[in-house]
Design a protein. Sequence first.
Length: 440
Amino acid sequence: MTFAGSGDGESGSERAHFVLVPMMAQGHTIPMTDMARLLAEHGAQVSFITTPVNAARLEGFTADVKAAGLAVQLVELHFPAAEFGLPDGELGIPRLTFSGFCGFSSLVRYIIFHNNLLEHVTDDNELITIPGFPTLLELTKAKLPGTLCVPGMEQIREKMYEEELRCDGEITNSFKELETLYIESYEQIARKKVWTIGPMCLCHRNSNTTAARGNKAPMDEAQCLQWLDSRKPGSVIFVSFGSLACTTPQQIVELGLGLEASKKPFIWVIKAGPKFPEVEEWLADGFEERVKDRGMIIRGWAPQVMILWHQAIGGFVTHCGWNSTIEGICAGVPMITWPHFAEQFLNEKLVVDVLKLGVEVGVQGVTQWGSEQQEVMVTRDAVETAVNTLMGEGEATEELRMRAEDCAIKARRAFDEEGSSYNNVRLLIQEMENKTNACG
Ligand code: UDP
């Protein structure tokens, strides 16, 4: 993300103009559209850089900000941007980054990178203690970022990360009260300012904008809401693995059988359709019929936030992408954690061990992208047990629920007027305006 000043044309003082350049993946673009809205609501001007193809997916966002009269413009650029011949680092523009990580995971990533922690570890199952972490944290190499899923990606990521570390500050889609210790430690160790301005998804105040978030859903939203309205509060479990995770067909079937065995109502977002004939075949071969009285299957893109925040939802099976995790926290529902790759295993640790807002389903390693991996990592029994624990009546479950509700209240307080994130947006804008004005 870069920043430039622009005059407001009247007072002569500079009004902050943020130029947002998201990485082209839904997990980055979506929170940055929320960030754009948030900054503009606080008086800043925002240019949102994207490609024509991605701009088409953002029609809902563009229409919303226009209707709200916010100073947000979408700027379509053809890639590669280098063709524009921009000068390298000569303009004195303060640079902020947004990695999409929470403070906890950013800190782990920093420590791993700076200590070359994984270099000499040959056994994927060896437990590694993260040195200098403010609380005891042990993970196997198989669960640490660095064990990424795309061959050849590691070097590119390292270069990107080195560049990130040279920036003037970092924006995080989290809130201070959620992970104060880790955010402060990260600021100290990385020697840079971290602006927690989230949960940014809270900038959506009605189901119209939550429904249009990220992409158009293939199903009728009204029908989905009607289905949810017909369910008892807190009775439905929502299952979704984000926009990138590639769960194997075998694992999808096993998960479905676990959901069926749990006998709990569910909404399940899956990648099915013609590209996944095995899954389609299995769904049609009795499964959909057997669960039709209590299960809704969404193929493709779901209006996740709209669903999660409905009162019928009582639990969330998540892949622990940070956006999904923070959206789950805002929904005030406990989670079943099912990480697939990247920093998702770290987010799982934060959710389960630190915040105590959920239970692990028991994934032991990365789900490789695009591989012919056949094995089932999580059995139907493990799914059934986790769902019944989360949606059951026991004392431990009740405590999970209470903590989740309490955390959601804290999230809203942080985001609302005079809360820590609200104040951070203002301070961030102010600091950028001061810097620009100082540059003349
Ligand atoms: N999302 C959605 N509908 C879907 C899948 C994902 O709205 O069917 C949204 C979800 O609410 C979140 C983002 O896409 O805002 C996914 O980001 P996350 O960091 O959770 O995971 P990623 O997709 O990057 O793995």
